[in-house]
Design a protein around this ligand. Structure first.
Ligand code: GDG
Length: 460
């Protein structure tokens, strides 16, 4: 394969372990091909002109990191505005939270155009370009307009809503048409592929050519599901390291007489966190035997604090959590521990392993990697139970979790009770099947399959 060029909103140094998912997934291939990673630097320049940014490049081993700063106006319109206040809510089915203010779209187009202008001179003829996520949907169209002929693939990390929800976007025709500038569009799940295909055939008059190909606007694009996985090996290693072990031991000692339930999310309205708290309340009401025992630890890492909908969520959550502890807590037992802070990644496997139940209950989620991390962290001899929303992309793969509808408070409370009471043999059997699926479809499988498809080769 030629040189891999990755484009994403934010870039990270793949050599740093804290760099997280995408860096771990793509680091090897970037290194092997002497690749390039291009994106926003993460810096908002105090003085700057909209649509302009200075390119900075630096080496991270064999990988070149190329980034641009954004001026405050571009950052507000492109990042907070169109990406996170329009596309994020609409693609998560939340039209009620979308802010269709004018100006956002201009900023989004301006930054995508600027990225294309900055990236183009860095490209070589045999490059394979892989663009990530909703911030950059029109990037290929901008690159093509400048004459770029290399193969370009796109992976959407968030879900695709049904056609009529997409059609509520004032500029949906323009946005969706720009997918046809890619050679390959990768989505998280078959449900997303179905929505995407139906939108394109019904709203954009595309022809479904079969074999994952759609044709419209004089172009053919291949569209397929590539469910993202985690680096199972790396997570195992992390789990065996001293920090994770220590966290595990501390949690076991602190909660020796309790059954722990765990939730780890970015504090985001798509994650269904208040719904989870209501189900936990219902559990305590309906099954009083859980008093002084079931304890929910909820870690909600701060996210997009300056978008209004997030401040509202935070307030709602604080009220709900406070009420449970006030109504059910006792001198020696607090039913819920809510932590609005990021915990160190190296502690996550220990937290997961110490918890009898993992609660992953988004209202809608592209995939949800926490679900997979929870399973991989378990002790196979005495594993915990994953309670998973059927609306997470992961539910298409993880059929051996207890699948729940997060809008059904009572149903979710019943599922939690089932998880808490599940016999060892059933926990082991479910865990074994979940592990087999997660190990087979890990993040390396995901990367290989996507890149093979982009190069027109057969998938595994
Ligand atoms: C998007 C899509 C899709 C969370 N809190 C803490 C923490 N985390 C880590 C988790 C996990 C990652 O962050 C979150 O990944 P998710 O997949 O759950 O969710 P999003 O951030 O919304 O990601 C999603 C994903 O892209 C990949 O395609 O699955 O659907 O929305 O790794 O462990 N990590 C640490 N402290 C925390 O407090 N260290």
């Amino acid at each position: 394969m030629g040189r891999l060029v990755v484009v994403s909103n934010r870039l990270a140094d793949p050599r740093k372990p804290a760099a997280g998912g995408l860096a771990v997934a793509l680091g090897d291939t970037l290194s092997r091909t002497g690749g390039l990673w291009f994106g926003w630097s993460g810096t908002v320049a105090a003085h700057g002109t909209p649509g302009e940014g200075e390119l900075q490049t630096r080496q991270a081993g064999r990988v070149t990191l190329a980034s641009v700063n954004l001026c405050a106006e571009d950052h507000a319109a492109y990042y907070h505005g169109y990406a996170n206040s329009v596309l994020w809510p609409v693609f998560h089915y939340r039209l009620d939270l979308a802010d269709f203010s004018s100006g956002y779209l201009d900023g989004y187009r301006r930054v995508n155009r600027m990225f294309a202008h900055k990236l183009l001179p860095l490209l070589r003829e045999d490059d394979v370009i892989w663009v990530h996520d909703y911030h950059l949907i029109p990037l290929a169209a901008e690159l093509r307009a400048l004459g770029c002929r290399q193969r370009i693939g796109f992976f959407l990390h968030i879900p695709v809503p049904p056609p009529l929800v997409l059609a509520a976007l004032p500029q949906h025709e323009w946005l969706m048409r720009s997918f046809f500038a890619y050679d390959l569009v990768g989505l998280q799940s078959e449900a997303d592929v179905a929505h995407f295909t139906r939108y394109m055939t019904v709203e954009a008059g595309a022809q479904d050519l079969g074999a994952q190909r759609l044709r419209a606007f004089n172009a053919t694009v291949r569209v397929a599901a590539f469910p993202i996985g985690i680096d199972v090996e790396e997570f195992h290693r992390l789990g065996r390291a001293p920090d994770a072990m220590q966290t595990y031991e501390e949690m076991r000692a602190e909660y020796s007489r309790r059954q722990l339930l765990l939730g780890i999310d970015r504090l985001d309205y798509s994650k269904g966190i208040p719904h989870r708290v209501r189900a936990f309340r219902q559990l305590l009401e309906r099954y009083p035997e859980n008093a002084h025992s079931a304890t929910l630890v909820m870690i909600a890492s701060p996210s997009r604090d300056d978008v209004n909908a997030y401040a509202d969520l935070r307030q709602e959550l604080e009220g709900l959590c406070g009420a449970i502890n006030g109504d059910f807590g006792d001198l020696d037992w607090m039913p819920l521990r809510y932590i609005h802070r990021t915990v160190a990644r190296k502690r996550v496997p220990g937290l997961c392993r110490a918890s009898r139940v993992g609660l992953v209950t988004p209202l809608r989620d592209g995939m949800n990697l926490v679900a997979k991390e929870y399973v991989v962290s378990q002790n196979p001899e005495d594993p915990g139970v994953l309670v998973l929303s059927r609306f997470a992309g992961a539910a298409e793969q993880l059929r051996d979790a207890l699948l729940v509808n997060p809008y059904d408070t009572q149903g979710m409370a019943e599922a939690i009770q089932t998880a808490l009471r599940m016999p060892l043999a059933e926990r082991q059997a479910r865990h074994q099947r979940l592990m087999a699926c997660i190990s087979e479809h890990d993040v390396h499988w995901w990367r290989r399959n996507f890149l093979r498809a982009l190069e027109g080769e057969e998938q595994e």
